[in-house]
Design a binder for this molecule. Structure first.
Ligand code: CP
Ligand code: NVA
Length: 294
């Protein structure tokens, strides 16, 4: 049975911590692993991407492999070929496949029908590739404190990024609180705590995290979202209520002045641009784990 990475729950605590340790090693020595030598990895993007595309494609190259980027209009999937048949074809050509799409059911079916590892590059419900880079960034920001001694407050829409932080963060023992307005809450089952008050949520937090208010696919409800989420903007005043030395995080792309002020996005407390770079290092460690090489 191949390993998969659809929600992050495929990793237990020890595996997750080992993966993060490996990510730091790979960051220190980016060309040190040839784990994908002679192998190809398919990257299917049904939605736009800057960071995920770059970090996976460059990461595969750094591991000595070849990345094949596929878009829906270029695949017979868009003309009705089944997911099951697509999974069979992919399994015969590449060592693993990453997918960015809407429905989680699509990657679940691909994983169920194929014989190669499938990894989630963002779905409507999950973004675990982001969460592993976020945990790595927290470890860098707080080198003397293990993840299970840190508290992260996510302030904003209870979306895919919030869910993956709650799920993957909880596996690592990170204390995660998600603060959202009514109608935009993250379900309790994802793990961590919930709050309806950003001021309460950030008290005692070592990291304050947010994401866009209008995710890909949410464009039709953009006005209602902006109105409901306006009190959940991360600005200097909110960040000042967190622990001293707290860092600001954002998965990007950002909308300065909307979910985060420019002062925080480009300010001295942010680790946001490190997060974006760490995508590559964490995902390289993930690819090694998925293929059981390295
Ligand atoms: N954070 C993230 O996944 O960015 P992209 O949408 O640019 O890939
Ligand atoms: N929640 C956002 C994340 C983008 C990286 C979205 O799904 O569009």
């Amino acid at each position: 049975m191949p390993r998969h990475f659809l929600t992050g729950e495929e990793l237990d605590r020890d595996q997750l911590l080992a993966l993060l340790e490996r990510a730091h090693e790979l960051k220190a020595a980016p060309g040190s692993s040839s784990a994908l030598a002679g192998k190809s990895v398919a990257l299917i993007f049904e939605k736009p991407s800057t960071r995920t595309r770059l970090s996976y494609e460059v990461g595969v190259t750094e591991l000595g492999g070849h990345a094949v980027v596929l878009r829906p209009g270029e695949m017979q999937l868009s003309r009705g070929e089944s997911i099951a048949d697509t999974a069979r074809i992919l399994s015969g050509q590449v060592a693993a496949v990453g997918v960015r799409t809407g429905p989680d059911s699509l990657i679940e079916e691909l994983a169920g029908e194929g014989s190669i590892p499938v990894f989630n590059m963002l779905t409507e419900l999950h973004h675990p590739s982001q969460a592993i880079a976020d945990l790595m960034t927290l470890q860098e920001a707080f080198p003397d404190r293990p993840l299970d001694e840190l508290r992260l407050a996510y302030v904003g829409d209870g979306n895919n990024v919030a869910r993956s932080l709650a799920i993957v963060g909880s596996i690592a023992g990170l204390d995660v609180v998600v603060a959202s307005p009514a109608g935009y809450e993250l379900e309790a089952e994802a793990g961590g705590e919930r709050s309806s008050d950003p001021l309460v949520a950030v008290a005692g937090a070592d990291a304050v995290y947010t994401d866009v208010w209008v995710s890909m696919g949410d464009e039709q409800t953009a006005d209602a979202r902006r109105a409901a989420l306006a009190p959940f903007r991360i600005d200097g005043e909110l960040l000042a209520l967190a622990n001293s030395g707290a860092v600001a995080l954002h998965c990007l792309p950002a909308h300065p002045g909307e979910e985060i002020t420019a002062e925080v996005l480009y300010g001295p407390s942010q680790k946001i641009w490190d997060q974006a770079e760490n995508r590559r290092h964490a995902q390289k460690a993930l690819l090694e784990w998925l293929l059981e090489v390295g």
